[in-house]
Ligand binder design. Structure first.
Ligand code: PGA
Length: 252
């Protein structure tokens, strides 16, 4: 299966900056298409239209995802993003469970589970983020936290789905935006553990389910992390904001 290389732009960029980024990325990817990578861009919702219209001009070497959405059809949900609307902008992926949504916007495990189910039933691919805080790590609770987050988030997953469309992102909260990353050995052990939990939850799908790493990935570190056993890709925040850097990471 292809390795997933996803860019999480968070709340950065204006529509014109987003359009310029895609123009640059298109030219880099069109010149040398990355055959063994599944590239996904997660712009802020306000930039989706600019990303989509500029992506039309290139060879479509990446897919588009939405960072946040409401687990409901169109309706009276002020300020929320509709997946029906997102679909018209070629959005095919969603992020769920990101620690910034859990922490700043108080997203609960129950809400995350509803979002995962809703998006999967609508045919979107889901990158589900899980990860422990520094305090949880220090207290020796990494496995307990990950098991709980996974079990709760996947409780409503439809019985049948395309295994390519559910990706787990292991993102230790203490590594996000801090410049710190776990050792390769720790990443390997944790990904192995996540696979073990998935095996209990959905034995038919677990072996093929891709687990990607996120948290302070840079162009310098990407290759090393990608070569770690059981790492099927990367979710990149800060280092994805320049098209040239992200292109380097894609080819790591
Ligand atoms: P970072 O963010 O690469 O800036 O640490 C990763 C993420 O939050 O997905």
């Amino acid at each position: 299966m292809q390795k997933v290389i996803a860019a999480n732009w968070k709340m950065f960029k204006t529509p014109s900056e987003a359009g310029n980024y895609v123009k640059t990325l298109n030219s880099l990817l069109d010149a040398n298409p990355p055959a063994d990578r599944q590239v996904i861009l997660f712009p802020g919702a306000i930039n989706l239209s600019a990303v989509q219209s500029e992506s039309e001009k290139g060879g479509k070497h990446f897919q588009i995802g939405i960072q946040n959405f409401c687990a409901a059809e169109d309706g009276a949900y002020t300020g929320e993003n509709s997946l029906n609307a997102a679909k018209t902008l070629d959005v095919t992926w969603v992020l769920a469970g990101h620690s910034e949504r859990r922490t700043h916007f108080l997203e609960t495990d129950e809400l995350i589970a509803n979002k995962v189910k809703f998006a999967m039933e609508k045919g979107f691919g889901v990158i589900l983020c899980i990860g422990e805080t520094d305090a949880e790590r220090t207290a020796g609770k990494v496995e307990q936290v990950l098991k709980e987050q996974l079990t709760k988030a996947l409780i409503n997953v439809p019985g049948e789905y395309d295994v390519n469309r559910l990706v787990i992102a292991y993102e230790p909260v203490w590594a996000i935006g801090t410049g710190k990353t776990p050792s390769n050995d720790d990443i390997k052990k944790t990904h192995n553990y996540i696979h073990k939990v998935l095996d209990d939850l959905m034995p038919n799908k677990a072996p093929q389910t891709r687990i990607i790493y996120g948290g302070s990935v840079t162009a310098d570190k990407a290759k090393n992390i990608l070569q770690t056993e059981d790492v099927s890709g990367l979710l990149v925040g800060g280092a994805s904001l320049k098209a040239e850097d992200f292109n380097t990471i894609i080819r790591s």
